[in-house]
Design a protein around this ligand. Structure first.
Ligand SMILES: Nc1nc2c(c(=O)[nH]1)N=C(CO)CN2
Length: 171
């Protein structure tokens, strides 16, 4: 990986409920990510947008998922708080894990930093990202040279290791 790659920051975004103010979950996510521009953060690139079956499998609506590369003047914890603020602005209600949601913004990787997390602090890289095709696949599209900061595994190998049912993402 070159120097620039290690400086990259990736955010995963997902939604599977329609927001009353937006035409589709994709529009909700697009508007939410544009909010970052007003918070010392710039979206540089988007992965392709994916429509993905809910994980774990359930009869919830399918999700829209995307990964964005951003740059920011904030720290990792500052960016995490900003993502939570934007989730609240867009009506996210934190209920039970894996409940259907209007919006979910996750900090996936912050410049390769490794952090254990804890009250109000970012866990880095995102602790469940490697198990989630809805993150791994768009990240592989966006940054094929990316490696997991802890395991050192290449994103392509993480994708190949995912269960076949999860790999059934589609555009
Ligand atoms: N396909 C898909 N499944 C999920 C997602 C998501 O974004 N996409 N988010 C979840 C909670 O973080 C739980 N399950």
């Amino acid at each position: 990986m070159d120097k620039r790659d290690r400086r990259s920051i990736f955010i995963g975004a997902g939604a599977n409920l329609p927001h009353p103010s937006y035409a589709s979950p994709r529009d909700t996510l697009q508007a939410a990510l544009l909010e970052l521009d007003r918070r010392q953060t710039r979206v540089l690139r988007y992965s392709p947008w994916y429509s993905t079956a809910p994980v774990p499998a359930s009869d919830q609506p399918w999700y829209v998922n995307v990964v964005a590369e951003v740059d920011t003047d904030l720290t990792a914890d500052g960016l995490l708080h900003t993502l939570h603020d934007i989730e609240e602005l867009f009506g996210r209600i934190r209920s039970v894990p894996n409940a259907p949601r209007l919006i979910d913004l996750d900090l996936i990787d912050f410049r390769g930093e490794i952090a254990a997390g804890g009250a109000g602090k970012a866990t880095l890289p995102h602790p469940r990202m490697a198990e989630r095709a809805f993150v791994v696949r768009p990240l592989a599209d966006l940054a094929p040279e990316w490696r997991h900061p802890i395991s050192g595994l290449a994103i392509g190998d993480l994708l190949a290791a995912l269960p076949a049912d999860q790999r059934a993402c589609r555009f």
